[in-house]
Write a protein that binds this ligand. Sequence first.
Ligand code: PEP
Length: 258
Amino acid sequence: MRNLMIAGNWKMNKTYEEGVVLAQGLADALTGKEFKGVDVVVCPPTVDLKGVSEVIDQAQAPFALGAQNVYWEESGAFTGETAPSMLTAVNATYCIIGHSERRGYFGETDEDINKKAKALMAHDIVPISCCGEPLEVREAGKHVEFVVDQIKKDTEGLDLSDPSKYVIAYEPIWAIGTGKTATADDAQEVCCAIRETLAEIFGKETADKVRVLYGGSAKPGNIAELVAKPDVDGALVGGASLKADSFSEMVLNAAATL
Ligand code: PEP
């Protein structure tokens, strides 16, 4: 009913040329392989988007392009920012928003994330909207209510009439880039709470169609166990997306569970 999704977040890694090489390597690794039911997305740094877009186009690569950030205004005096229309111009059809690194280092708030989602959706770009708790909240046993609160604020007033065009990534901050993966049961607990929250706000039929990914040290060796959980629809992948072989292996391992 819901396609799985494996999305790679390259973060601030890969120069333009390195990005083109990685995208080409991924195209080579995945072309001709069977992974029906798994949507694959790569999210390079902004300056790499055009180069990766050209690789996708020329190789007819079986993956989509996403950005890592956006600003909600259409144009104007916003030095250093990127408008949704600029992402569309390079064929980016997804965009990560609300990553914990942007919340933590750059002070992004749930209100900002909500505005970014609305701006992206107005341009038919699918947000991959991140949420997740810090370690102290997890240790206090308050992780579910913390994430539910983020979801309520991040989705306020969104039009989810096409629920396939909004993706959530649950990324417990203590598991990002640390090698510490949440167990599949931990991921399921929160992904299920996210879906129940969406059901309360948007109705069950809509909630059942929104993809909820897990992120945090996901890799080829644990992806099958994660996606076997009923509410975990794939992964947002940092470290393991930086090599064509590990990322393509994740895609194929996820597909093998279907
Ligand atoms: C991320 O930052 O989105 C992420 C999940 O990173 P990693 O896979 O490296 O933990």
